[in-house]
Design a protein around this ligand. Sequence first.
Ligand code: B1M
Length: 211
Amino acid sequence: MSVLEMLAESVISGNASRAEELTLTALGEGIEPSEILNKGLIAAMDIVGVKFRNNEFYVPEMLVAARAMKAGIKVLRPKLVETGVKPIGRFVIGTVKGDLHDIGKNLVSMMMEGAGFEVIDLGVDVAADKFVAAIREHKPQVVGLSALLTTTMLNMKDAISAFEAADVRDQIKVVIGGAPVTPQYAEEIHADGYAADAASAVDLVKGLLPA
Ligand code: B1M
């Protein structure tokens, strides 16, 4: 098995220390950081996404895999910056105002990072004006809103209205998700898409990137 296959394997099995060690080994062997990212870490998270969709993996397995991927990314990030590897897109995400749930949002964040996006995670209880400021500062192609409460999902609509009022709505695509959110609600509030889980969020956002 090659070092990149072993690295992918360590991520899939959620072994963070091994993923970190194998990323260092791969760098030590002179493998390009972009190849380590694409053929080791991202390839592993693609498999994790498929396993999750096929009900072979559940949230805990996905969380540990995402953590292992992050351990590899941490080692790789400075090298990626040095060699100028460009992320495939920029994604701003946050849990909307009034809502403190972040486990699902963090999972989406990690999977997006695993898929090669630069992720700006604004955290929880994010007011609409904070999203607007992040859109102006970071110029993402896509903004993700997460909500876990039937009361706070209404703040997704307010956030989108704030994007319109601030004249930034046409610069971005907006995707929404979280347990109480539905595709119908996404349509109702004029979001650009809804994803039921973190793996589908990656596919959705990739599909929304400008060609
Ligand atoms: Co809260 N809570 N909670 N809670 N909590 C729920 C959501 C609830 C359903 C429990 C229940 O009553 N059965 C209920 C909501 C009822 C409702 O509104 N319909 C509830 C409540 C009522 C509350 C409080 C009001 C309780 C109280 O204080 N009286 C309070 C509110 C606090 C606040 O936010 N202001 C509260 C607090 C908490 C804790 C702090 C204790 C804790 C959160 C810890 C944390 O997140 N750091 C907590 C937890 C853990 C839960 C449950 C048990 C689990 C949520 C979770 O993490 N799921 C939850 C019950 C449940 O869901 N079984 C519950 C795992 C996670 C991986 O799934 O977040 O759905 P999920 O994310 C998925 C998808 O939804 C999707 O992808 C993720 C991965 O596949 N997804 C996206 C999520 N965001 C996405 C964004 C996308 C795309 C996909 O694009 C941008």
